[in-house]
Design a protein around this ligand. Structure first.
Ligand SMILES: Cc1cc2nc3c(=O)[nH]c(=O)nc-3n(C[C@H](O)[C@H](O)[C@H](O)COP(=O)(O)OP(=O)(O)OC[C@H]3O[C@@H](n4cnc5c(N)ncnc54)[C@H](O)[C@@H]3O)c2cc1C
Length: 438
């Protein structure tokens, strides 16, 4: 008998689950409350310039194996472009520093990259080697923050500024003072101890929606499944530890053999009856999120020749040159500037954020000083990702729940990875496996 599976949420995790289940012959119904798919990773058109804008620049890594398999299956992997080897330029007020990893086997490629990096003293480099040993044996990380762990490893302010902090903020979207050291070590192990490609960064040459939402939808529909947008699940009816139906906001009722919740923790709790929230999933209300702000700027002339760069000692952490990234860029001289772990910035006005972006950029990219700003667009994602603290490591739930036909997916469940694209896709694949495990 075909299994009927209702998936609530049309982000990466819900679509990955839907694709995997459709491939295996299930009758898939995906329900998404917004008028578009993609959740926290989507794109839209800017009405003034016609440019495709991501809700925030997303970086992929060579170690995102499940994501790469997902994109391959839906036929869009060629829209991602990966570096041959990890290389990141950092712009400082005083000039540029580069982390360029040579063609050595891991982790020696990273160590050699750090050793060659300008602006680090020999003592900084030796301390970094010491941290490399600690990663290998993962000693002293449990329940520590990134800052505490780096202190214990005696890392200098300079190497923190140039390597550890940008890495932690970019991958965990949290300040080193609160971020979980355990999760940073997971990133380091995944990126730097497998193959050399694992640490290479990948960027989409198209808007995020063109990268996966349309193709995933086509994949599901071509196998008899259905993907409905503008459909919000209001409540799950649960009796005797089984979901009997999902009640929709418009009053509709959906019945299925299995229900996969592929929404955020808050949205999941909102769908549950009160007593089940209190008894079975109480710890989820302690999971917090962390914001990201993206400031898109358009100038009257080119201001930077690189595809992307880190900004050192600035409030903006990363800069992306969309002209060189998007394959068919509609309007020239478009930069996206990113502030991750943006709690201090999320409530500032658009004008204040643009001012910050311009100040940080002009202090580090001399060509931008004479360029005139012609347009700007700010995107704030208040609940961009899970806040990865030592406490949240213990609160993330397994995919299997105590409700017999209810399975959890989403970047925030206990995949063993930080809440990223790869965690979302992995959770979707696991949820699909569990449908066949019952
Ligand atoms: C600005 C930004 C930058 C990021 N950068 C990176 C990066 O560089 N690299 C990286 O790996 N990750 C990055 N991430 C994280 C990545 O986007 C997420 O991990 C991923 O998109 C999460 O997917 P998901 O399916 O778990 O959740 P979501 O994308 O949140 O999907 C949940 C979906 O469920 C829907 N929904 C909610 N409630 C209901 C309901 N009641 N009924 C029906 N539908 C409902 C929502 O509308 C949403 O579409 C970034 C995130 C943001 C916001």
């Amino acid at each position: 008998m075909n299994r009927r599976v209702a998936i609530i949420g049309g982000g990466l995790s819900g679509l990955a689950a839907g694709v995997s289940l459709s491939e295996r012959g299930c009758e898939v119904l995906t329900l998404e409350r917004r008028n578009h798919l993609g959740g926290r990773a989507y794109s839209f058109l800017d009405s003034k310039t016609g440019c495709v804008i991501d809700n925030g620049q997303h970086l992929f890594m060579g170690c995102y194996r499940e994501t790469i398999a997902f994109l391959k299956k839906i036929g869009t992997l060629d829209r991602l472009e990966f570096q041959d080897r990890l290389r990141v330029d950092f712009l400082e007020k005083s000039g540029q520093t580069t982390l360029a990893c040579p063609g050595l086997p891991p982790p020696f490629h990273l160590l050699a990259g750090l050793i060659r990096m300008k602006g680090l003293t020999l003592a900084d480099k030796l301390r970094a080697l010491n941290a490399g040993r600690a990663i290998r044996f993962s000693n002293g990380i449990e329940d520590r923050t990134v800052a505490q762990w780096l202190d214990a490893l005696n890392q200098s302010a300079r190497i923190n500024e140039l390597f550890w902090h940008p890495l932690a903020i970019a991958t965990l979207n949290e300040s080193p003072d609160t971020a979980s050291a355990k999760m940073l070590v997971v990133v380091l192990k995944n990126a730097f101890t497998g193959s050399r490609f694992d640490s290479s960064l990948g960027i989409s040459r198209v808007g995020l929606s063109d990268l996966y939402t349309h193709s995933a939808r086509r994949y599901i529909e071509s196998r008899g499944g259905e993907v409905r947008t503008n459909v919000a699940v209001q409540e799950l009816v649960i009796e005797n530890k089984k979901v009997m139906a999902a009640i929709l906001k418009d009053g509709g009722r959906i019945e299925a053999d299995f229900f996969i919740s592929a929404v955020t923790p808050r949205a999941f709790l909102e769908m549950l009856p009160e007593e089940i929230c209190r008894n079975e999933f109480a710890q989820l209300s302690r999971l917090e999120s962390s914001p990201i702000v993206s400031i898109n700027l358009w100038f009257d002339r080119p201001v930077i020749e690189r595809r992307f760069a880190g900004l050192v000692g600035a409030r903006i952490q990363w800069l992306f040159n969309k002209d060189l990234i998007i394959k068919e860029s509609k309007s020239p001289n478009h930069l996206a500037l990113i502030i991750s772990a943006a709690r201090r910035f999320i409530d500032l006005s658009k004008e204040e954020l643009v001012e910050i972006a311009l100040e940080d950029l002009r202090a580090r990219a001399p060509e931008s000083r004479s360029a005139k700003l012609v347009h700007s667009l700010v995107v704030k994602e208040r609940e961009a990702t899970l806040s990865h603290t030592p406490e949240s490591d213990h609160l993330r739930p397994e995919a299997r729940t105590s409700i017999s036909n209810l399975i959890l997916a989403g970047d925030w469940i206990a995949t063993g990875l930080p809440a990223t694209i790869e965690s979302a896709v992995m959770s979707g694949h696991r949820a699909a496996d569990l449908v066949f495990d019952r």
